[in-house]
Write a protein that binds this ligand. Structure first.
Ligand SMILES: Cc1ncc(C[n+]2csc(CCOP(=O)(O)OP(=O)(O)O)c2C)c(N)n1
Ligand SMILES: [Mg+2]
Length: 605
């Protein structure tokens, strides 16, 4: 039974006044909110029952988080805004339009599961039609994808022509949709704010003033670890309050009206282009972390009873009755309708076939474009001896120009040339990483005070000057963020060609490179993909480069399903393979041996 209410005597009469709204929610919307919250809770209960009957293999619930996640769904636009939820967001997905049957299909590992084709554990949401992007089991990696997604909204707005379809490369298969004012949502638990990826994302979102809503669902625990052990001082809002450009609110996330008000303000801040928002919602976890956990081992009854008193389901029931929106009979009728619908969905899902083992390799790579096929073959450039283009003998000036143009080029030169050619050809290409820009302080370039850097090995030299600072730019020293942002951009149809400065420093990005980028397509059963290129300078080059400037760990990535790995040995191969890597529909790790960058052998025209 709820012990906390925020009504006073006379509130019923007050509420009965026609037209009263609750933070903008109508009485009908409040009934709908309760229907969604109750559906979410009962669906968790049905899944728990199925697990106990050995008909499913795992369960993790959204119980206790329903009020704030329904509020988020109602405050945002389904199929218009973009969503990077985590496993507790069942009620958000229901509010956006996912059906209980679709969720049950994933719970039983059915081939028809729209989120993953039965390839992922339950509650790993992903609904293409709703812009709910495939998620993994890794806590926190989705936050950087959300940053990239929000960046893409801005890019498409300023480069609308880049969204046009083109044939002969990945663009043929990548639909692009944007509205200009769409907002990206990302959610995570209190424990997940301890991940470095969270802080990298906060930094980027603040600095770039991205239209990105962070929802922290703080249930006070990360499995058995309480919040004061995760978070210095026990309150994440206090720690992040110094980030600029944010709209911050700390709220009671068990109250749907309060939550809706906060989420609406958060979305408005983002939609207006002012910057990101951060909603810190205190919620409860009435069930254990998952069915694999028994919270009685680390939480005493007294604490659990305190949570139960704030249960959003019973609070919402009391609220509807008190405000005269629904009476007990109305509530019972609504609940019966939901229960009957769930029973029918459960009956139906138990006959759904599971995915067939022989389909396991499907969608590891693009089914549409094979970069090893003849479609990517090219012919070597033909030499035309001593003649000019009209077939006459060259003058001495023409001959000097011809020789200069056709002098053998280094691998570094040809990579730079290829990047330039491809950027000219495809406006969807964006390039970032540490030091890849010519000069972040553009005025130094425009006033010709400096020449520009363009990479520690100068591979991207001149590209910012040629294509602009929104296409070629520096990133913070945050390797996970470089790759994670690229994933989010690529999901939205852009072609990030990003750089990890030295292979020796690729490891902070390992989660993204192993568990995210290469499996976006496979784990979503081809609903989402993230074709992009990660360029990495690799190998020894200095005498004395020692262990942190000479690593060669390509074999680790050649054992990563879904990743294409390229390691060219000469300049001509580097140019052709880079061109194919950029045009292809899969993620590519493009390894450039530093020793070969400027070698005298292996040069080409
Ligand atoms: C990177 C990573 N580390 C560990 C885990 C195992 N794990 C799954 S959920 C979880 C706790 C997350 O807690 P919190 O972020 O507070 O979310 P909550 O489950 O409480 O909603 C852990 C440790 C994981 N999935 N990913
Ligand atoms: Mg938690």
């Amino acid at each position: 039974m709820p012990t906390r209410t925020h009504g006073k005597s006379g509130a019923v009469a007050e509420a009965n006044k026609a037209g009263k709204t609750y933070e903008g929610l109508s009485r009908q919307q409040l009934i709908e909110a309760y229907r969604l919250m109750y559906t979410s809770r009962r669906l968790d209960d049905r899944e728990i029952m199925l697990k106990r009957q050995q008909k499913t293999f795992f369960q993790i619930s959204g119980a206790g988080h329903e009020a704030v996640t329904v509020a988020a769904g109602l405050a945002m636009k389904s199929g218009y805004d973009w969503f990077f939820p985590y496993y507790r967001d069942r009620a958000l997905c229901l509010a956006l339009g996912a059906t209980p049957y679709e969720m049950l299909l994933q719970a039983v590992g059915a081939a028809d599961d729209p989120s993953s084709g039965g390839r992922q554990m339950p509650s790993h949401w992903g609904y293409k039609r709703l812009n709910v992007v495939t998620q993994s089991s890794c806590t926190g990696s989705q936050i950087l994808h959300a940053v990239g997604c929000a960046e893409a909204s801005r890019y498409w707005t300023s480069h609308p022509d880049a969204a046009r379809k083109a044939t002969g490369d990945y663009r043929e298969f990548k639909d692009v949709e944007f509205h200009g004012d769409e907002v990206t949502y990302v959610s995570l638990g209190d424990g997940t704010t301890s991940e470095g990826e969270f802080w990298e994302a906060m930094n980027a979102a603040a600095n770039l003033r991205l239209p990105l809503v962070f929802l922290i669902e703080d249930n006070g625990y990360a499995i058995s670890v309480p919040v004061e052990v995760q978070t210095a001082g026990g309150n994440i809002s206090r720690l992040v309050s110094g980030f600029p450009n944010f709209h911050f609110e700390e709220i009671d996330g068990t109250d749907p009206v309060v939550s809706y008000g906060a989420l609406s303000r958060a979305v408005a801040h983002c939609r207006a282009g002012i910057g990101p928002s951060f909603i810190h919602a205190h919620v409860i976890r009435p069930y254990s972390h998952s069915l694999s956990d028994d919270e009685k081992l680390y939480r005493p009854d007294i604490e659990r009873q305190g949570d139960a008193a704030r249960d959003p389901i019973s609070r919402m029931q009391m609220f509807l009755i008190r405000e005269g929106i629904l009476d007990e009979k109305g509530i019972n009728q609504l609940e019966k309708e939901v229960d009957d619908g769930l029973q029918a969905a459960v009956d139906q899902v138990l006959t759904a076939p599971v995915s067939a083992p022989e389909t396991i390799k499907q969608y590891l790579y693009s089914p549409d474009l094979d970069p090893t096929s003849a479609a990517f073959d090219t012919r070597a450039a033909q030499s035309n001896g001593g003649a000019n283009t009209t077939g006459e003998a060259r003058t001495s000036t023409e001959q000097a120009a011809h020789e200069k143009k056709h002098a053998p080029k280094t691998m570094a030169d040809l990579i730079n040339t290829t990047l330039r050619d491809e950027m000219k050809r495809d406006e969807r290409i964006v390039m970032f990483g540490e030091d890849v820009a010519d000069c972040s302080r553009e005025e130094y370039l425009s006033q010709k005070m400096v020449k520009g850097k363009g990479g520690v090995f100068k591979l991207t030299a001149g590209l910012q000057c040629d294509f602009g600072s929104d296409r070629v730019f520096n990133s913070p020293i945050a390797e996970a963020s470089i790759v994670g942002r690229a994933v989010g951009l690529a999901v939205r149809g852009l072609k990030p060609v990003v750089e990890i400065q030295f292979f020796d420093y690729i490891w902070p990005a390992m989660m993204q490179l192993r568990n995210e980028l290469p499996v976006m397509r496979w784990r979503s059963n081809n609903a989402f993909s993230a074709p992009c290129v990660i360029r990495v300078a690799i190998g020894g080059y200095l005498t004395g480069g020692a262990i942190y400037h000479s690593q060669c760990g390509e074999s680790i990535f050649t054992h990563t399903p879904g990743m294409r790995v390229i390691f060219p040995s000469n300049a001509l191969d580097a140019a052709g393979l880079l061109r194919t890597a950029i045009r292809c529909d899969d993620p590519v790790l493009f390894l450039e041996h530093k020793r070969l960058y400027r070698e005298t052998f292996g040069r080409s025209v």
